[in-house]
Design a protein around this ligand. Structure first.
Ligand code: NAD
Length: 573
């Protein structure tokens, strides 16, 4: 049962929060706590007299205190822990601080710092957020969801933590990712934090260091696999649909063996998507659109080599194909402009067995028969680049330093402005530092990365490194789905999102060398993305609300801004 509702005063039209709780409960509830900003009248009427220091602050004074405390933290992990504590204490103040410092704080609450926080989760744990489901709970998931106090959950991010960023299996520590992602949904798109729910399906871990750690907080068993795993997921989805029928479910950081099949199995059954596949596809496509626009070329003119052939590569490649098709290229010709290189070399047809997601991009052996390579069964990235002459090189391998000088040299020899996208996260996993990509291409490369990088000084020219951050895409997509009550999520919605993001790239961004807007504009970008995606939802006739003539108004009305409303006590009943 919700303990609060936003209402409007019938006489003055002033918005207020009707609360059915009193006293310390208000101070201890992160969605209701105003800390020292409870007014004298509220303290009097809500049982808070004497429970707070006498001085009544406004939110700006509170922000000054937060700023001071935050600035005293010495490491990024300490900053992370401080922010989590603030979020768990007072969500309004936390989000206000986020909005005012979004560019600085995003890399703390999400990649790269969240990666370290996931690795050290059991050691920095303070207070639980979200829900945990282990295999022992398989028949009690309904009861667990009933324990969630929010009645109106609209967005769930769920992980089983098997592929956390590029860091692999993090067991219970993976919970940092759904929490971080939902924080971005709220900070970037204004989805009300009380309508979000992070979920960790803690099915055990195969990370031996975690299993051996006496402080480990997770379910201390090897990972559940096979039919029992599938059954748990099925029960989870059924329980979610029962409790919150219209909810958006985002699959997050599942290993690719599960990610592809879960998406295929459930995307029609429940309104859901996988950000690692679809969100990544859209954000990378947007960077490519910005690059080819500035080069006055078409997507169908490009040759794209992927290093790493997992979820991200598949998601991006699918979006490239969709765009080439929209330009009039046939599907098979579009796929022939894409090469996948994985840990065993160039992906070829008719050799080793391939998982389904690699098959559409497997090259014919005939194509490589004339190539001069050391071992035709394991053609390296360098050999692929030397023979293909790609115009776009995408790194989604999670293996650092793999875009070497000879590779970039070879690419730059055949392409005036090579597009180089080392997307692996966190920073320690990047395929190539942007400074190297620029140096080895004589400053000609158009570079964007997965993690944030500072600007590069190349021969006296300051080059801003754009970040292919999924946070430009998923919050706006989520907001559109929540606002339109969309029945399902489609590839077309991600195309619309990619194109809205590319449209937000200014001539100035491009002249500074960046294929993306500055992260400081993320809230404005998320709104633009949401508007375009919502239009698309109506076009596809998937909305659960009546067709809106004014999509902008519909989106704006759904955006929550963190501010303190006056409180009035209204007992239940
Ligand atoms: P994944 O596990 O699905 O795929 C990783 C792929 O890399 C697999 O195909 C694997 O075979 C391959 N690989 C592993 N070692 C390799 C090696 N030595 N050489 C070549 N290939 C190798 O993971 P994913 O979801 O595709 O993510 C991959 C990376 O991309 C991660 O680091 C992730 O953080 C990053 N990523 C970035 C963004 C972004 O920038 N917006 C979005 C999603 C993922």
């Amino acid at each position: 049962m919700n303990e609060f509702h936003i209402r409007s005063d019938v006489r003055t039209q002033q918005r207020y929060l009707a609360v059915s709780a009193k006293g310390v409960h208000l101070k201890d509830h992160p969605l209701l706590n105003k800390g020292t900003a409870f007014s004298a009248e509220e303290r009097e009427q809500l049982g808070l007299l004497g429970i707070l220091p006498p001085k009544i602050s406004n939110i700006d004074e509170q922000l000054a205190r937060v700023r001071e405390a935050y600035s005293q933290k010495g490491t990024n992990l300490e900053r992370f822990v401080y922010l989590v504590a603030l979020q768990d204490r007072n969500e309004t103040l936390f989000y206000r601080f986020m909005l005012e410092n979004i560019e600085e704080l995003l890399p703390i609450v999400y990649t790269p710092v969240v990666g370290e926080a996931c690795q050290k989760y059991s050691h920095i744990y303070r207070r639980g957020r979200g829900i945990w489901i282990t295999p022992e709970h398989a028949d009690r998931i309904d009861a667990i969801l009933e324990n969630v106090p929010q009645e109106d959950v609209r967005v769930i991010v769920v992980t089983d933590s098997e592929r956390i960023l590029g860091l692999g299996d993090q067991g219970a520590g993976g919970m940092g990712i759904p929490i971080g992602k939902l924080t971005i949904y709220t900070a970037a798109a204004g989805i009300y934090t009380g309508q979000t729910l992070p979920v960790c399906l803690d099915v055990g871990t195969d990370n031996t260091a975690l299993l051996a750690d006496p402080m480990y907080l997770g379910w201390r068993k090897p990972r559940l696999r096979g039919p029992a795993y599938d059954e748990l997921i099925e029960k989870f989805v059924a329980a979610v649909k029962k409790r919150w029928p219209g909810v958006l479910l985002q699959w997050e950081d599942f290993a690719n063996t599960n990610a592809f099949r879960l998406l295929a199995q459930y995307q029609e059954a429940i309104c859901s998507f996988n950000d690692d596949i679809q969100g990544t596809g859209a954000v990378a496509l947007s960077g490519m659109i910005a690059a080819i626009r500035s080069k006055k070329e078409r997507m169908s003119d490009q040759k794209v080599v992927f290093f790493g052939a997992g979820e991200a590569a598949s998601g991006i490649a699918e979006q490239c194909v969709t765009l080439m098709k929209a330009e009039g290229t046939s599907e098979s010709d579009a796929r022939r402009r894409i090469w996948f290189v994985d840990s065993k070399g160039l992906v070829l047809a008719g050799g080793r067995p391939l998982p389904d997601h690699k098959k559409p991009y497997a090259r014919d052996n005939g194509e490589v028969a004339s190539w001069k390579v050391v071992n035709p069964a394991t053609i390296t990235l360098l050999e692929t680049v030397q023979h293909v002459h790609p115009t776009i090189l995408v790194g989604t391998s999670g293996t650092p330093g793999t875009f070497t000088e000879p590779i970039i040299h070879s690419m730059a020899r055949h392409c005036t402005q090579p597009v180089i996208l080392p997307l692996s996260n966190p920073t320690s996993k990047t395929e190539c530092a942007p400074a190297h990509a620029l140096e080895w291409s004589e400053g000609r490369a158009l570079v964007a990365t997965g993690s944030p990088f500072p600007s590069v000084d190349y021969n006296g020219r300051k080059v801003r490194i754009g970040q292919a951050n999924n946070a430009f895409i998923f919050p706006g997509v989520g907001l559109a789905i929540v606002a339109t009550k969309a029945k399902k999520v489609t590839q077309g919605m991600f195309r619309a999102a990619a194109s809205a993001l590319a449209d937000a790239v200014t001539p100035r961004d491009l002249s500074e060398g960046s294929l993306y807007p500055s992260v400081s504009r993320i809230r404005e970008v998320a709104r633009k993305v949401a508007i375009e995606v919502a239009r698309h939802v109506f076009e596809e006739k998937l909305a659960g609300v009546p067709d809106s003539k004014d999509v902008v108004k519909l989106i704006d009305a759904s955006i929550w801004f963190p501010e303190y409303l006056p409180y009035r006590y209204e007992p239940r009943g």
